[in-house]
Design a protein around this ligand. Structure first.
Ligand SMILES: Cc1cc2nc3c(=O)[nH]c(=O)nc-3n(C[C@H](O)[C@H](O)[C@H](O)COP(=O)(O)OP(=O)(O)OC[C@H]3O[C@@H](n4cnc5c(N)ncnc54)[C@H](O)[C@@H]3O)c2cc1C
Length: 805
């Protein structure tokens, strides 16, 4: 075995082998994979092998389509059959809500260029004669679905990697991973030690154990999972062709043809986490004892839906463990806070996802960034709040909900109150309905009493609608207060801070006592941050950004730190705080601080360290509502006091608490995008409109500058727009297809109701020729095409005079 490699991948399941293949294919030959036993010794060998593109996240769907389309290439390169059956798949709906869900999925598929289509129930029966059509309301057909042979796929990746010059070693368990002072890793096996520039934990069922070798706890959890295989079913045997795979959400079953019978699996109503304290190191090519009692209710439903099944004998039952993460999506990428340590873990649909995961990991390692925005798979979407217990409970929740509907306005119950602020109880007493962001509870909206603080999950407008409207009107007409503990905060200081930030940020740095908005770009010119940069003194900066992306930003800040002269800290938990906004906010602020906060003394975009509500605070004159407003940050121990003083001082000024929903409505009226929706590494500054905050003229070669030049030479092809639509009683949320003259030309990044302007609004990226036109558009919401037109100026206060006043 080599003593040195550029990359060592730990784990020879489908995921590790795909990463090995992609690294080698993209040009890194000095990469090796170490496998404890034989390849496919974890969950990969006993998978049902079903493949599909449907996912909650469009980019994951795209990568799943990539994975499926890769199989032919792998067979060609390796000479190894992957057992590909391209039989198509049918998604069945038996409730109106599920039909809405399928319509949303098809809308998403349209702009991704995938060919999902609704088929009639008559066609369903023609494709699968076992199905009783009277049980259903509709069916969506996806021609890309099918199934593969799991071992064949894993070996096809490994052999194709070998074709490109990579190596793998069997019977080479990694027993230690030790980091050297130079940041490289010694990967120790009984056969010898390999020094690697980077390592990848692709340990699958043992991801937790491999993580612990490097001192990290990963929030993943193997879960037991059953499927069974029937004896021959005459109706299947007599068909001249293979029946499509199927998912029946309400019965909670999936199935596909296996020889002349069916393979049928289910996600049990009560999940069974497997080996909560750790996967035994000697667990081999083994299955778990089956327990059909756990799935009998689902089998009864399956017999109703496909009566012929009840007459079929069961040939075999599989109960095998596979690993889930807290939200069901993979966790990939470099681990924040560590050097040269990468993970690709928690991948619960390896045969749909491993190709996309492998490609994204390889691009990220080789080129510094993946070609597709992988935020929904990024390990950085979790932080220290995602403990082992969190991983177990959330993974179990995810397993149980795999085929259940989760509505866009729904907040899931497991592991709530993992992180709270000191005003949590106060907010609950004021009728707060809470959501979670990066583990922290934050108010979404306020009902008129705690008793009414519930929201019905729905694709349509919910009972929150009128309450949110009142909050918006309070901010526009009087004053509102919003807890902003969940914003991301970073501190950069030291004699090298100016040079460091000047290179990292696309805008010039603010003067002392001022703040500026600045995008942070990748070398390819993609957005990596949309930040508010505040300067305390010559060498000290506070940077405010997305709370959800705080660890992603931390990773970027740390990656670019020089050896000395700059110190960086993620300050998100060190500062909580409140925002106040609205025409009466200045008066409110003046009542709780001794500072002169008049328009002449505290200008728009001023920033200072001072005392507010009698507690030490950072005071920022800015507001994401588009009104006159202030953000007041303080240490968590002062947060309650600050809140109490704001409530007290605002009582005769019309003060109303508002939540994240009202904030989203307020910003839509201003045509401002938000991080993870409009602003993310899928788009550039020019496309997003953030070019207004890019200082191309500054002397420093900031990261991404060259890419902007190149893109401008080629011509910017799309642009973020705001659209106003005839929505009826349902607004856009995200990912709805936009049509022009019957052709899908883009998709909605976010939408909602602009309560003050009383319009339904959507933001979308459109081809440049259309983005600046006065054409008519249509947006597909829950299967209906609604007319929409461009809104060139912000709906509210286009000149910005209210926030600057
Ligand atoms: C019953 C069942 C049905 C499924 N059905 C489907 C399906 O229909 N479609 C689908 O896409 N997915 C399905 N899956 C999930 C799929 O099997 C997994 O997503 C996939 O196997 C994950 O692959 P992996 O490489 O991450 O992990 P694993 O397959 O667990 O591989 C990890 C590898 O790492 C090795 N390893 C661990 N520790 C070390 C160490 N210290 N040193 C060296 N090597 C080490 C292990 O030996 C193992 O070979 C199913 C799973 C089960 C159990």
């Amino acid at each position: 075995m080599e003593t040195h490699a550029k990359v060592v991948i730990i784990g020879g399941g489908v995921v590790g082998c795909s990463i090995l293949f992609h690294l080698a294919k993209f040009g890194w030959k000095d990469v090796i994979l170490l496998e404890r036993s034989e390849l496919t010794s974890g969950s990969s060998w006993h998978a049902a092998g079903m493949i599909h593109t449907i996912s909650s996240d469009p980019n994951i769907s795209r990568l799943q389509a990539y994975t499926i389309n890769l199989y032919k290439e792998l067979e060609g390169l390796s000479g190894q059959s992957v057992g590909l059956h391209s039989c198509g798949g049918i998604y069945l709906a038996s409730t109106p809500e599920r039909l809405d869900f399928l319509k949303k999925e098809r809308s998403k598929a349209r702009y991704m260029g995938l060919e999902q289509e609704f088929i009639s129930l008559k066609e369903v029966v023609e494709l699968n004669p076992l199905i009783d059509p009277s049980q259903y309301l509709g069916a969506l057909y996806d021609p890309l679905d099918g199934y593969v042979d799991p071992s064949g796929v894993t070996y096809a990746y490994a052999k194709s990697a070998q074709h490109y010059g990579a190596k793998w070693y069997r019977n080479s368990p990694v027993v230690e991973t030790r980091q050297r002072p130079d940041g490289t890793w010694d990967v120790v096996t009984p056969k010898g030690t390999v020094n690697a520039e980077m390592i990848v934990n692709a340990g699958g069922l043992w991801a937790r154990e491999v993580g612990r070798l490097a001192g990290i706890d990963l929030p993943v959890q193997p879960m037991e999972h059953h499927y069974l295989i029937t004896e021959e079913i005459p109706e299947i045997a007599s068909m001249g062709k293979e029946t499509p795979a199927g998912v029946d959400y309400e019965a909670n079953i999936y199935y596909r043809q296996e020889h002349k019978g069916l393979l049928l699996g289910t996600y049990e109503a009560v999940a069974t986490p497997w080996m909560v304290d750790g996967t035994p190191l000697n667990f081999g090519h083994e299955l778990l004892p089956d327990d059909l009692d756990r799935v009998s209710d689902r089998l009864a439903l399956a017999f109703q839906r496909m009566p012929a099944l009840a007459r079929a004998g069961i040939k075999s039952v599989v109960n095998g463990p596979f690993t889930f993460g807290p939200d069901g999506n993979p966790m990939i990428g470099p681990v924040p806070g560590m050097k040269n340590y990468w993970v690709a873990v928690g991948i619960m649909a390896g045969f749909c996802q491993a190709g996309g995961v492998g490609r994204s990991m390889a691009e990220w390692m080789i080129e510094g960034e993946p070609s597709i925005d992988v935020w929904s798979m990024d390990i950085a979407r979790f932080g220290e709040f995602a403990t082992r217990e969190y991983g177990t409970k959330k993974s179990a929740e995810n397993y149980e909900r795999r085929f259940l509907l989760t509505y866009p306005n729904e907040e899931l119950p497991a592991m709530r109150r993992q992180k709270t602020t000191s005003i949590y109880d106060r907010l609950m007493h004021r009728g707060a309905v809470m959501g979670v962001s990066f583990g922290l509870e934050n108010a979404l909206w306020f009902a008129d009493s705690p008793e009414n603080a519930h929201e019905e999950p729905t694709f349509r407008r919910s009972n929150a609608f009128d309450y949110v409207g009142e909050e918006v009107r309070a901010v526009r007409e009087q004053v509102g207060a919003l807890e902003i503990a969940n914003f991301g905060k970073h501190k950069v200081s030291g004699p090298g801070a100016v040079a460091y930030l000047d290179r990292l940020l696309a805008n010039t740095l603010p003067e002392v006592g001022r703040l500026k908005l600045s995008p942070m770009l990748t070398p390819k010119g993609k957005l990596y941050g949309d930040l508010t940069v505040a300067r305390l003194d010559r060498d000290t900066f506070y940077i405010f950004g997305s709370g959800a992306a705080q660890e992603m930003h931390r990773r970027w800040f740390e990656k670019h730190l020089p050896d000395s002269g700059v110190s960086y800290e993620n300050y998100s938990d060190a500062f909580h705080g409140m925002a106040i906004a609205g025409p009466n906010s200045r008066e409110l602020l003046s009542r709780i601080t001794r500072d002169d906060v008049s328009a002449e003394k505290l200008h728009f975009c001023d920033f200072r360290k001072t005392t507010v509500a009698g507690v030490p605070a950072l005071l920022v004159r800015i507001s994401f509502s588009g009104e006159l407003g202030y953000e007041i940050y303080c240490a968590p121990q002062y947060h309650l006091k600050l809140f109490e003083k704001i409530e007290e001082a605002g009582s005769d000024l019309g003060l109303k608490l508002y939540g994240a929903r009202a904030l989203m409505s307020l910003r839509l009226e201003k045509s401002w995008g938000v991080w993870t929706l409009e602003y993310r590494p899928e788009f550039t500054a020019d496309e997003s409109g953030l070019d207004a905050f890019v200082a191309m003229g500054k002397a420093t070669d900031f990261i991404g500058k060259d890419a902007i030049h190149r893109a401008r030479d080629e011509g910017v092809s799309k642009k973020l727009v705001t659209m106003v639509m005839d929505a009826g009683d349902v607004d856009c949320v995200q990912d709805e297809a936009v049509f022009h003259n019957g052709e899908c030309v883009g998709y909605v990044t976010s939408g909602g109701y602009a309560h003050y302007c009383q319009k339904s609004v959507a933001m979308a990226y459109l081809p440049i020729a259309l983005a600046e036109s006065d054409e008519q558009f249509q947006i597909e919401i829950l299967g209906e095409l609604r007319s929409a037109r461009l809104q060139a100026e912000p709906l509210h206060d286009p000149s910005g005079s209210r926030m600057r006043g």
